[in-house]
Unconditional design. Structure first.
Length: 165
């Protein structure tokens, strides 16, 4: 075998032996030593970078949960405001209905009171006319000195007097 490698000119047996040993060492390193090194490197990465990534993932999840709670809170506030407005409207309607009912009751009481006052006034006027008529006839009898009841009743003097008003 004649290899032209320039000024090095290696011997073929030591070259083949060196290559075989090189590949043997490479195989031992690849099967045993390199997986351990990779495992140690992965553990170190997990201890440093992995925790950071998990922390960032937890932070993102916490942000998502906080945002969801904030949305729920905003919806609850909106619902509470809607309920308050609804009950304010219901309260205003109830107040207006109670006010209208009160006004109707007041008006009915006023009409009934006015009618009763008018009836009482008319009754009092009748009683007063009768009493005033009797007192006038009695007084006239005392002034004249003789009873004038029969004459006053026959002539209807008192009734005509009150009808003139």
């Amino acid at each position: 075998m004649n290899l032209e490698l320039g000024p090095l000119k290696p011997e073929p047996v030591p070259l083949l032996l060196g290559l075989a040993l090189f590949f043997l060492v490479l195989r031992i390193l690849g099967r045993h030593l390199l997986p351990r090194a990779e495992r140690v490197q992965a553990e170190r990465w997990e201890a440093t970078e992995g925790r950071m990534e998990r922390a960032e993932a937890l932070y993102a999840e916490a942000d998502a949960v906080r945002d969801a709670h904030m949305r729920e809170l905003a919806e609850a506030r909106h619902e509470a405001a809607r309920i308050r407005a609804d009950y304010a409207e219901r309260g205003a309607a109830a107040i207006a209905a109670a006010r209208a009912e009160g006004l109707r009751t007041r008006d009915a009481l006023l009409v009934a009171g006015r009618a009763r006052i008018a009836a009482d006034r008319a009754a009092a006027a009748d009683v007063l006319r009768r009493d005033v008529g009797e007192l006038a006839v009695t007084l006239a009898g005392r002034v004249i000195g003789e009873p004038v009841h029969a004459v006053a009743a026959r002539r209807r003097t008192v009734e005509r007097f009150f009808e003139a008003d």
